[in-house]
Write a protein that binds this ligand. Structure first.
Ligand SMILES: Cc1cc2nc3c(=O)[nH]c(=O)nc-3n(C[C@H](O)[C@H](O)[C@H](O)COP(=O)(O)OP(=O)(O)OC[C@H]3O[C@@H](n4cnc5c(N)ncnc54)[C@H](O)[C@@H]3O)c2cc1C
Length: 510
């Protein structure tokens, strides 16, 4: 008997999670990816003995990954080795001051208390509230598609919103607990990197601090792309097929029903289509105007999470003062945040992040060398050219060399940059965003672009521009939720197939 079929557009975390989950439900699934390799923003490349992760590098919320693998009777350890980083990460502040954030909570309490008397007890309370939000918010609420208000009318969240300042601005919430500027920056940076000014972000997102500080920061040996490979293996085990170098040009719609996709002029039919490529691209460029869920004006009014200017460097010596994750907050935090979110422009003195995975993993650089990834968060849609990239490369290298007291520039044996133009070209990214939509109050939960098309039946969306939002764990959740949402419809389709098969059989018998 013929199985129901589904096409997935895009092979990032969301596409992979959707594909594996749908195939497990007995659906014939094919993933179509425009690039030569799968993984989307988490692709990897190798040059001169170095292995570079192109995008994500922080492994937080390990329970979300385990939740995905457990659906298939597996665990992350079946596919990759996870190492807990200690220190979890390092922050460099003005005047050569640094903060090494310990892996264990006991060490974190001690660090807080040393910086601000009484702050360890306050942190305990902060984390207790974060834990509640995590339990209600992540373990339950985000595993829902948020199609309507009723889904968030959960009594526990209603209670939490009264009790835990869920909707209070994040900066005020943090300021209620901590005075020391280093502690405030430590708490606010994940918000800043993933989506909005702390004053525009609901305090709900302190659940991220909870996860980061209590579960710790992890690293999959071999790099973040190991997660992609693991998810690909799970998908293949479930029978998913992959087609790379397969850019979808159009979603075919007949009588308001998605019937399949078009690639290089050829039609590929399927019962259901799930688009995990950037929502804006799919909505505005793969559908006829009458089938678009949102207007260009709607999209223009969305607040996007930042884009990034990235440098991938192979360095032929060791840099002792660096750790695996290093945040350079030695300049004005507020000024940079405004340059991203308020007056989109290049910041004069950018904050930046340096990942040096060769501190943990010998496989990502030749022995005695260092693998360096530098990321400057920038506003979306900024002008992008080689001169600007060079200016910012010089700015960050000067500060990096000063802080680490090492000459790095003369030891670079491989160098590549990546920025706004590349995001647009490689991923059809809306305005060159790196992380999707900002986590502002009015773009949270039911206010995000919807997972199920209201204009076209059998068309669904997953990925970082829909619920629950940007980041690897949310994209993964998004894929699982989209698959569950499709599930009921496919169940109905299956009944149709069974009925058709029975009719067929009866016809042949008579
Ligand atoms: C530089 C960077 C650093 C990051 N750091 C972190 C981090 O440390 N931790 C964290 O949790 N998150 C991080 N993120 C965010 C995280 O990587 C993303 O949220 C997540 O990978 C998005 O997954 P996705 O499946 O939604 O989208 P994508 O990964 O973008 O996948 C969508 C796929 O669709 C494909 N596609 C687009 N158009 C078409 C078409 N027409 N036809 C076929 N295919 C198409 C694209 O090529 C792409 O492969 C980072 C992101 C970036 C860019």
């Amino acid at each position: 008997m013929k199985k129901p079929t589904a096409h997935i557009i895009g092979s990032g975390f969301a596409g992979l999670a959707t594909a594996a989950s749908l195939a497990q439900k007995g659906i014939e699934v094919t993933v179509f990816e425009k690039n030569q390799t799968i993984g989307g923003r988490a692709r990897q490349f190798k040059e001169k003995g170095f292995t570079f992760d192109m995008g994500p590098s922080w492994y937080w919320m390990p329970d979300v990954f385990e939740n995905f693998f457990s659906r298939f009777g597996k665990q992350a350890a079946d596919y990759y080795e996870l190492k807990k980083l200690d220190p979890g990460f390092t922050i460099f502040f003005e005047n050569d001051q640094r903060m090494d954030v310990p892996a264990e909570l006991s060490g974190i309490y001690e660090m807080f208390e040393n910086l601000e008397k009484g702050s360890a007890d306050k942190l305990k309370k902060f984390l207790k509230e974060g834990e509640y939000k995590y339990e209600v918010g992540v373990k339950d609420l985000v595993y829902r598609p948020n199609l309507s208000f009723t889904e968030i009318l959960d009594p526990r969240l209603a209670l939490a919103s009264l009790k835990l300042d869920v909707f209070k601005p994040f900066d005020k919430y943090v300021a209620k607990y901590f005075k020391h500027p280093f502690l405030r920056k430590l708490m606010e940076f994940p918000i800043l990197f993933l989506g909005a000014m702390p004053q525009d972000t609901p305090a709900l997102y302190s659940l991220m601090n909870y996860s980061a500080l209590t579960d710790g920061t992890w690293y999959p040996m071999g790099g973040m792309h190991e997660i992609v490979k693991a998810m690909e293996s799970v998908a293949l085990e479930q029978g998913v097929k992959f087609q790379t170098d397969a850019e979808v040009e159009k979603i075919i719609v007949k009588n308001k029903k998605a019937k399949g996709i078009q690639i290089k002029g050829e039609e590929y039919r399927a019962d259901v289509t799930i688009a995990s490529a950037d929502y804006h691209h799919v909505d505005q460029f793969l559908l006829e105007k009458e089938h678009q869920q949102y207007t260009p004006r709607y999209w223009d009014k969305r607040h996007l999470a930042p884009s990034s200017m990235i440098f991938y460097l192979g360095v032929n010596k060791k840099i002792p003062k660096l750790n695996h994750h290093n945040l350079f907050f030695d300049t004005d935090f507020e000024a940079h945040a405004k340059a991203i979110y308020k007056n989109p422009s290049y910041p004069d003195d950018p904050l930046f992040y340096v990942c040096c995975p060769s501190k943990t993993d010998d496989s990502v650089a030749p022995i005695g060398n260092e693998n360096i990834f530098i990321l400057i968060p920038i506003a979306v849609d900024l002008e992008d050219n080689e001169e600007l990239r060079q200016v910012y490369f010089d700015k960050v290298m000067t500060r990096l060399e000063k802080t680490t007291e090492t000459n790095i520039r003369d030891h670079i044996i491989y160098q590549k940059s990546y920025s706004v133009k590349d995001f647009k070209k490689d991923y059809h990214s809306f305005k060159g965003n790196a992380y999707g939509l900002a986590n502002t109050l009015f773009q949270t939960a039911i206010f995000k672009p919807k997972m199920k098309s209201k204009k076209v039946d059998n068309l669904y969306y997953a990925g970082q521009l829909t619920t629950p939002g940007p980041g690897v764990p949310p994209s993964l959740i998004s894929g699982m939720v989209a698959a569950d949402l499709v599930g009921q419809q496919v169940f109905d389709l299956k009944k149709d197939y069974v009925k058709n098969a029975q009719d067929d059989l009866e016809l042949r018998i008579t």
